[in-house]
Design a protein around this ligand. Structure first.
Ligand SMILES: Nc1ncnc2[nH]cnc12
Ligand SMILES: [Zn+2]
Length: 355
């Protein structure tokens, strides 16, 4: 538990998570359990000797691609609909305990399909997990299908065609599209055609950009139609672009503990939280791949508090922007805004009495 006097306040603060990869919530314990259940032999690398050796290796990623190697290796244990549903359900339970009211979650079908898992198995399993979270925990959820930058565009196109053929956007099974994986290297605009087609269908679009890559990765994503930017911390390197992002109310989905583990920054203090607040840039705080980065969403909120000592008013701005920029209907936003108001009023009342 964090030492901040605001810990209880932060725990109860209604949260929206906009940046978490369901495959990144696969805890080492579950990797070993699913490997046994599915008769899968894990790599012979000694880091797979035990849960402990794997966790220790996760503490020493050298960069994004070093992490991605383990991220893609870990997810091979996901084979059946039940596996996908189980990992999602395990995440939603943790998110609920951390005060998440609404979760928008990524998944990478191209990677699973490339090892022979059918599109239907992946989407049906994950969406079972979402339905269960809605029914049993009262969470609202959104699935966001991510294209990956380390595989050929042709494989992204195949997945996009399956998504269109299944009418998964129209039926609400998949709510939006994103891109992720290696940032620097592949062409910045590799998904231009897919995003142009999706934009025509009014599908909400996001993109990982400005995590390791410079601000031109962000401007390219916006040019291609992204309405939101995942990470985006390098936005501060371009003042003009930062003003544009602030003016347009484009949300950044910031992931502080991820940035530290992947060495994009040396400590949470270097994540430009204050700069964004001062410039009026909207952002939410998220966990990215919590099973790999040492913390779920509340740990990220607490790390931000320890680094920046924000006040309740600043947390109100963050919490309200997170709701306002969620991809959810207005009635749900109104409910969550009311919960934030009630939580802050209660905290203020208790605090006033205590003083
Ligand atoms: N932090 C991250 N950046 C890019 N792609 C990812 N896929 C999972 N986590 C990611
Ligand atoms: Zn991510």
């Amino acid at each position: 538990m964090c030492q901040s006097p605001l810990h209880e306040f932060l725990k109860g603060l209604p949260k929206c998570e906009h940046h978490v990869h369901l495959e990144g919530t696969l805890e080492p314990e579950l990797i070993f359990e699913l490997a046994a259940r599915n008769g899968i032999t894990l790599p012979t690398d000694p880091v797979y000797t035990s849960v402990e050796t794997l966790k220790t290796r996760y503490e020493h990623f050298s960069n994004l691609d070093d992490f991605l190697h383990f991220f893609f290796e870990g997810m091979v244990v996901l084979r059946t609909e039940q596996d996908f549903a189980d990992v999602a359900w395990a995440y939603f339970q943790k998110a609920h305990a951390d005060g998440v009211h609404h979760a928008e979650v990524f998944f990478d079908p191209q990677v699973h399909e490339s090892r022979g898992v059918p599109y239907d198995t992946i989407v049906t399993g994950f969406s079972e997990g979402c339905k269960r979270a809605e029914t049993e925990l009262g969470l609202s959820t959104r699935l966001i299908l991510c294209f990956v930058r380390h595989l050929p565009v042709s494989s992204a196109k195949e997945v996009y065609d399956e998504f269109v053929a299944h009418k998964h956007f129209e039926s609400g099974v998949v709510h939006g599209l994103g891109w992720s994986s290696s940032e620097v290297g592949p062409p910045k605009d590799m998904f231009r055609e897919i995003y142009a087609s999706a934009a025509q269908k009014n599908i909400p679009l996001t993109a990982h950009a400005g995590e390791e890559g410079d601000p031109t990765y962000i401007s390219t994503a916006l040019e291609l139609g992204a309405q939101r930017i995942d990470h985006g911390i390098r936005l501060v390197e371009n003042e003009e672009l930062m003003q544009h992002v602030a003016r347009e109310g484009i949300l950044l989905t910031v992931c502080p503990l991820s940035n530290v583990r992947l060495r994009c920054v040396t400590s949470v203090k270097e994540v430009p939280i204050r700069r964004f607040l001062e410039a009026g840039v909207k952002f939410s705080i998220n966990s990215d791949d919590p099973a790999y980065f040492g913390g779920y969403i509340l740990d990220n909120y607490c790390a931000v508090q320890e680094a920046f000592s924000l006040n309740v008013q600043e947390w109100r701005i963050i919490a309200e922007n997170s709701v306002q920029e969620s991809w959810v209907e207005d009635s749900r936003k109104a409910e969550m805004l009311a919960s934030i108001e009630a939580h802050i009023n209660e905290y203020t009342r208790m605090h006033t009495i205590a003083v």
